[in-house]
Design a protein around this ligand. Sequence first.
Ligand code: CP
Length: 332
Amino acid sequence: MKNFLTTADFSRAELEEIIEAALQFKSGKIADKPLAGKSIALVFFNPSLRTRASMQVGIYELGGNAVILEPGNSSWTLEHRENVVMDSDKTEHLKEFVRVLERYVSAIGVRTFANLKNWEEERLEPILSVFEKFASKPIVNLESAMHHPCQALADMLTIREKFGKRKKKVLLTWAWHPKPLPMAVPNSFALATAQFGHDLRIAHPKGYELDGELMREIEKQAAEAGGSLEIVNNVNNAFDNVEVVYAKSWGSSQFYGAAEKDIEFRADLRNDWIVDEAKMERTNDAIFMHCLPVRRNVIVTDGVIDSANSVVADEAENRLHVQKAILAKLIK
Ligand code: CP
């Protein structure tokens, strides 16, 4: 295990090992300090609460030291493109940043969201791929344009804790939001749900399809793991009999780079595409999941997120345990 960039790079057995180790960290059965005397860099191109706090605490609990860098704020502005004459606003090239940083640390975590400008470029992970190419130390994806694998494994751990190993009927539902958001969370949640063999239903309005190549991978993984995949465009029927509801908003790839057009297109979807009590009534007493941050009474009503079936804080806590398991595995 060199890097942790997407769960697609790992077999079901390897992912199960991480979940098992996370459970042991959570229960206190493992108190190893594999990072004693080591430093881990955490590079944040974007804001964060959960990822930053849980990584920093996790590194501390594993005996290590977290070095947090925010390019453009607490460190120099970075250029990532090849063969650029750097006579504009960028001070340092990402190649030097990576090559230098890795001399100090044992691994590098990177958060670099999609810019929501050019889908064909961003789906190829223009910044994360430079870290991957120029670092000899392990790279951990802390949310990139395409994936948020630490979140997805924390979500799988949360489902495991609530239901055990039995496969569940899982709904990933798009929700209305005032502006387009990146697709990393729904991508990684759908992928991991398929890898863990659950029956996955994805509900979204027409025009909000996830990446085609990724969907083929999800379909393949679901078939291999004994699960299933269903896509629906009717928001109400989508909730029928499911045991897990995962809400997330994302932007339309057909309007990628044209936020105003997406906002206009989605205007009529606001009233229907919210997770509310009436929709949760149609489920089989489903748990409610969201990666957070979430806009209350936009994505989900107060009644649902404050209900006993809401596990959003468990998901956030499980980030800590899963990431400790990942770091311990990467840095042996
Ligand atoms: N879910 C998640 O990654 O939260 P942050 O953006 O606060 O890190």
